[in-house]
Design a protein around this ligand. Structure first.
Ligand code: ADE
Length: 421
């Protein structure tokens, strides 16, 4: 092993990590094809990339791909609880990619690791939640001239970056990978849907059938959670602040009501809104005894945990990933995964088959950013449409699914305004 600079939990986990990384790769045919192309074409030769992503087996396969393309990459975690320590060990010992991430690291170590990744002096930043971009803009502005641009993986990160761009504060271009159709329609909906339910079940082992399950929000992630909870036989309630999304939830067959009405009757409440204090003191005061609360939005602010800590007269950990807060009136509230992304804290995050498309977007956008170095403004850019289309075509082909092709007559019909009834 040639790598000296890294900080991970236990290097001896590397072989276990390799096995799981290879397993994940089997479900990532688009990434496999990009790996082959990158090895031949080396489109990222000499490009330094710092990536702040959840350190999972799927992320290892993205990092390997970028390295095969010639990139000089380092990785840090985008959440203190999401690291798979065996994947981190494989990154360092087997794939020789410097990595700074330990599952359960303190906030202080989390930011030390972000700084260590930025000491790499990247040309491209790759974020899941905008932490690298934020750190550069707040504390390391001297690095801005070295940076070609960044990519952003998640909804919350894109919202922050757009706010920066609107204020004229963004100092380099960023591509909103999240907004690609081959990303959010699949990763956010089916990935978050399945992995959130997986996290809640692994944490609690409770039966969902017959339970009242409330989902806060009806964006792409929340609708995935609601759909899968319904599939398990739960009676699903959706809470929303947006009338259009509330209407969609209603017509998708869910009960819609304010959280103040949902809290007293719910057995499980999962937030996925991108906002703060969605579950707050006035909800804790009326929640059903033994209600399980979890979050699947990016940051750990959706549940007001400091307030819950203050209200509690006793705290107890009955099983991994569950903290029970006993209140003075005798009720108990069960917090899952410390209020952090429950799908990564208590389970393994999205399955590889969806990360395949999300990370294909990341790899292709890194190449696009490099090819357009110096030509982009300091804005948030969408993923180019041809990248989205190529990924969807390739994924379908890999799934063995063929689709129809327009006839010449149909092309002509679609392009004419004269042919009518
Ligand atoms: N975000 C959600 N699931 C993930 C995964 N499996 N790997 C990386 N990032 C993720």
């Amino acid at each position: 092993m040639t790598i000296k600079n890294y900080d991970i939990k236990d290097i001896s986990l590397a072989e276990q990590g390799r096995g799981r990384v290879e397993w994940a790769l089997e479900e990532m045919p688009v990434i496999q094809s990009i790996m082959k192309r990158f090895q031949k074409e080396r489109p990222l030769e000499g490009v330094k990339i710092s990536a702040c992503l959840h350190i999972t087996t799927e992320t290892v396969n993205l990092a390997r791909t970028l390295k095969m393309g010639g990139a000089d990459i380092v990785l840090t975690a985008s959440n203190p609880l999401s690291t798979q320590d065996d994947a981190a060990a494989a990154l360092v010992a087997i794939y020789e990619i410097p990595t700074f991430s330990i599952k359960g690291e303190s906030n202080e170590v989390y930011y030390q690791h972000i700084n260590a990744a930025l000491d790499h002096h990247p040309h491209i930043t790759m974020d899941d939640g905008a932490d690298l971009v934020s750190m550069i803009h707040k504390n390391r502005a001297n690095q801005v001239p070295e940076i070609i641009g960044g990519t952003e993986e998640t909804t919350t990160g894109v919202i922050r970056l757009r706010a920066m761009a609107n204020d004229g504060a963004l100092k380099f271009p960023v591509i909103a990978v999240n907004d690609a159709l081959t990303k959010h329609l699949f990763d956010n909906r089916y990935g978050t849907g399945q992995s959130t339910i997986d996290g809640i079940i692994r944490a609690t082992n409770i039966l969902l059938a017959g339970k009242i399950f409330t989902v806060a929000g009806y964006g792409w992630c929340s609708r995935g959670i609601a759909m899968r909870a319904k599939g398990h036989g739960a009676n699903v309630i959706v809470t929303e602040i947006n009338p259009l999304k509330a209407l969609e939830a209603k017509m998708d067959g869910f009960r819609v009501m304010p959280m103040s009405e949902a809290a007293p009757i719910s057995d499980i409440i999962c937030t996925s809104t991108g906002n703060k204090n969605v579950l707050d003191v006035h909800h804790f005061e009326i929640m059903k005894d033994n209600c399980c609360i979890a979050n699947s939005g990016h940051f750990n602010v959706e549940i007001n945990i400091p307030a819950l800590e203050k209200m509690a007269v006793q705290k107890h950990i009955p099983r991994t990933s569950v903290e029970e807060y006993k209140l003075s009136d005798g009720r108990t509230i069960r917090l899952l995964g410390e209020g952090r992304l429950v799908n990564l804290a208590a389970a393994e995050g999205h399955p590889a088959a969806v990360m395949d498309m999300s990370f294909a977007n990341q790899a292709m956008c890194a190449v696009y950013m490099n090819q357009n170095a110096g030509n982009l403004e300091h804005k948030v850019y969408p993923v180019p449409e041809d990248i989205d289309e190529e990924i969807s075509r390739y994924k379908l082909e890999a799934m063995g699914t063929k689709i129809d092709i327009l006839t010449d007559e149909q092309v002509k019909y679609l392009n004419s305004w004269e042919e009518g009834t």
